[in-house]
Design a binder for this molecule. Structure first.
Ligand code: ZN
Length: 147
């Protein structure tokens, strides 16, 4: 049985503020995040099936990640529930997400992994994620490190 990995890349714009940071990341600022989602599995061998020869259609993977992560976080302002901003969600009149943890790349990628593990179809498994916050910095999550 051949195991293959496929990766799809996503982009979203997100602002955040890190409550405990002792530098400029305390300030409200934004990033163009790049999220790389890598899944693994065996290509389908089923004559006539639209996904014959695929793990899953890239379009299916795109729709899942867009629905559960990108649409939620794109152009959102994200803070922890301990941030002073968390109490101002109404006053901000904006798309705001309050999380039970600081919105660092490390915490966000762990959150995204938990979401995707629940919603990916059973025939594939989440292999890894890469979340790029700047041109020189990214976090990675690997199933083998965490399962
Ligand atoms: Zn930042």
């Amino acid at each position: 049985m051949t195991i293959i990995r496929i990766t799809k890349a996503f982009n979203f714009e997100m602002a955040h503020s890190l409550k405990d940071h002792d530098g400029p990341c305390r300030n409200i600022h934004g990033h163009t995040y790049e999220l790389f989602v890598t899944i693994s599995g065996s290509p389908r061998r089923e004559e006539g099936h639209p996904a014959n020869g695929m793990l899953i259609d890239f379009k299916t993977l795109k729709d899942i990640v867009n629905k559960h992560i990108v649409q939620k976080y794109d152009h959102a302002f994200v803070v922890s529930n301990r941030s002073p901003w968390a109490d101002n969600a109404q006053a901000m009149h904006s798309k705001m997400i309050v999380l039970p943890f600081e919105p660092t790349s490390e915490n966000l990628i762990n959150e995204f992994a938990g979401i995707l593990k629940k919603v990916l179809p059973p025939e594939v498994s989440l292999h890894s994620l890469r979340l790029r916050e700047t041109t020189t910095a990214y976090a990675e999550w690997y199933a083998e490190d965490n399962d």
